[in-house]
Design a protein around this ligand. Structure first.
Ligand SMILES: N[C@@H](CCC(=O)N[C@@H](CS)C(=O)NCC(=O)O)C(=O)O
Length: 223
């Protein structure tokens, strides 16, 4: 039995979708990021970065990092949610997983927590993260995301969709669907990008996905 350390509306959704789609046995432990439970010693002992998700393994030990958890489960259980190591589609799959993790997911931090990236305002001790600088960081992150998502949309168009590997859903599509649904609603990214809308819609239409998405706080209107 796996234990997934999770929190609604966080990156734990993608590994949970994978666990559910694969029919793997798992239980969940809530780590409430809003109340700072992820920074308490008990959770830091499980994942020293304090990030959610983490996955406790049946034989003991814990694995963190969203992409690593998903790749690990695919490989360990030979899931058809990942192309086999020697399959021609494997290279693009790994590239997509890494890009989603280290570029798209990472850039969201600048969109939602730009103050973490801004130095204190030298002219105002009451402004520990210079608000004007933080605003600029967020604006630039949103511009960069336009480029990043355009690349993903192109990948989807080239594959013929609805998924990154064409007709076959992989872990990368689960990851993409989660990250696309994080994008600020007022920007309308998914609505104005047909390839993304098709992929997100196809992931959310998978029977095992909807109940998990709902429990994770993703409204159906968003997906
Ligand atoms: N690189 C990590 C990032 C995970 C992450 O940032 N999780 C967020 C929730 S979506 C979190 O734990 N935030 C709490 C914090 O930053 O303290 C991963 O891919 O798992």
């Amino acid at each position: 039995m796996y234990t997934l350390y999770w929190c609604p509306r966080t990156a734990s959704l993608a590994p949970e979708l994978l666990l559910a789609l694969a029919g793997l046995p798992y239980e969940k432990r809530l780590i409430d990021v809003k109340t700072g439970q992820n920074r308490e010693p008990a959770y830091l002992a499980i994942n020293p970065t304090g990030f959610v998700p983490a996955l406790a393994l049946p034989e003991g030990g814990t694995l963190a990092e969203t992409a690593a958890i998903m790749l690990y489960l695919c490989d360990r259980h030979g899931l058809d949610l990942a192309p086999a190591p020697t399959a021609p589609e494997r290279a693009a799959f790994l590239q997509d997983m890494q890009f989603l993790s280290s570029v798209i997911q990472a850039t969201y931090k600048r969109v939602y927590f730009p103050q973490r990236f801004a130095a204190p305002n030298p002219g105002d001790p009451g402004d520990p993260a210079d608000s004007a600088v933080a605003e600029g960081i967020k604006a630039r992150a949103l511009e960069m995301q336009e480029e990043h998502w355009a690349l993903m949309a192109r990948r989807l168009e080239e594959s013929g969709g609805p998924f990154l590997a064409g007709a076959r859903c992989t872990a990368a599509d689960l990851y993409l669907a989660m990250l696309a649904s994080w994008h600020p609603a007022e920007v309308g990214l998914v609505e104005r990008t047909p390839a993304l809308a098709r992929c997100v819609g196809a992931v959310m239409a998978l029977p095992a996905v909807r109940p998990v998405a709902l429990e994770n706080g993703y409204r159906l209107a968003e997906v």
